[in-house]
Design a protein around this ligand. Structure first.
Ligand code: MG
Length: 369
């Protein structure tokens, strides 16, 4: 498939309420949407690194520029027939995983539409149904949190993820565990701690959490290995896993017992598939995370979550959880308790709503051969 044009959009999508994590608070999710064409075919993709470089070293405006000035020019005019070939074409550019990831995902949607097959089938998914979990950020009070968790349990969610940060930590987990003794819970620290906090993590062992997500620095593996050797609760790496090579090293160092795969964070679906397979061979189960993308980005996460080594409910959220109106059509909806269902349409089966795309676009550029 010869790549004719790559259209890049930076969009700002207003959230229903601010999303608070260890990194701060966001009212609006900035995201990058990409449209790639080949003859009469097109595909859409998304990369959502957040507005500021707080989750990783990348940010939306930076990704827009990296794609426009460096990455898209390496692809237009080229005949790209596989994800591996696309990655080789971009290999001269160091890092910039989110930027590469947005282009890689877009190519996969284009390719699946060209083949006339749903993406999840094309990559070997076992069926369209995907288990998803509930997720709670930092709230005004513990009482608010307990009420919201109760609602999620009634709605049938099979696991609960709790954001965990200084000031919203042990007391919070203790209160949740006391109220819900048997619930599957894990915490996400978003890299807010250091190895010197070992005693805190040892204390957490008593709450039989399913896992502790990214406790230490965003780019660390060695200290995570030391921490894992000294606690019983499994560590799940998220921010640290930016490439297949990082995943291999994490497994070799025994830095984690789970890996959260986010396709855009690891440089695209090509890399996400390779990490999935590597983990499967090594006996490391995975699940799929999200970046509060629109339904477009989440549709890739859904396709990936149909793979066999995805063994924990993923972070794929109904659009209405964060957005009054999703930029992507159709929006993500629950197809049953704790469950979403991937599209049977060719590709990801989702694309931007034209009027919303126009209204929410901050800047746009077209790169041609
Ligand atoms: Mg995380």
């Amino acid at each position: 498939m010869r790549i004719d044009t790559i259209e890049i959009y930076r969009v700002a999508m207003p959230l229903i309420y601010p999303f608070r994590t260890a990194y701060g608070s966001d009212d609006c999710i900035e995201s990058i949407l990409v449209r790639m064409t080949s003859g009469s075919y097109y595909g859409w993709g998304e990369s959502s690194p957040l507005r500021a470089p707080t989750y990783s070293s990348e940010w939306a405006q930076g990704v827009f520029i990296a794609m426009r000035d460096w990455l898209a020019p390496l692809l237009v005019g080229q005949d790209i027939t596989s994800g591996e070939q696309l990655q080789r074409a971009l290999a001269s550019i160091k890092g910039n995983y989110f930027a590469k990831g947005g282009l890689d995902l877009t190519w996969w949607d284009l390719y699946a539409r060209f083949e006339g097959r749903p993406l999840w089938k094309l990559i070997g998914g076992k069926g369209p149904d995907v288990e998803v979990g509930a997720d709670f950020g930092v709230m005004e009070s513990l009482d608010d949190l307990l009420v919201e968790i109760g609602k999620a349990r009634e709605a049938g969610f099979k696991r609960t993820k709790l954001k965990f940060r200084p000031g919203w930590d042990l007391n919070m987990v203790a209160a949740v565990r006391e109220r819900y003794p048997d619930m599957v819970i894990h915490i996400d620290c978003n890299s807010a701690y250091r190895l010197s906090d070992l005693a805190l993590f040892q204390e957490l062992d008593r709450y039989h959490l399913a896992m502790i997500e990214q406790p230490l620095a965003h780019d660390d593996l060695v200290d995570h290995a030391k921490l894992q050797a000294n606690i019983r609760t499994p560590i799940c790496l998220d921010e640290s896993i930016v490439s297949v090579d990082k995943a291999r090293k994490a497994i070799e160092l025994r830095a984690c017992r789970w890996i959260n795969i986010k396709p855009a964070r690891v440089g695209g679906l090509t890399q996400a598939l390779a990490i999935h397979d590597l983990c499967q061979e090594a006996g490391i189960p995975c699940w799929i995370g999200g970046m509060l993308e629109s339904a477009i980005g989440q549709s890739f996460n859904m396709a990936l979550a149909t793979l066999p080594n995805i063994r924990y409910p993923s972070d794929i959220f109904p659009s209405e959880r964060f957005y009054r109106e999703d930029l992507g059509e159709p929006p993500i909806t629950l197809s049953g308790p704790s469950r979403v269902t991937a599209s049977m349409e060719p590709g990801i089966g989702c694309e931007p709503h034209p009027e919303r795309l126009k209204r929410l676009t901050v800047e746009r550029v077209v790169v041609r051969a």
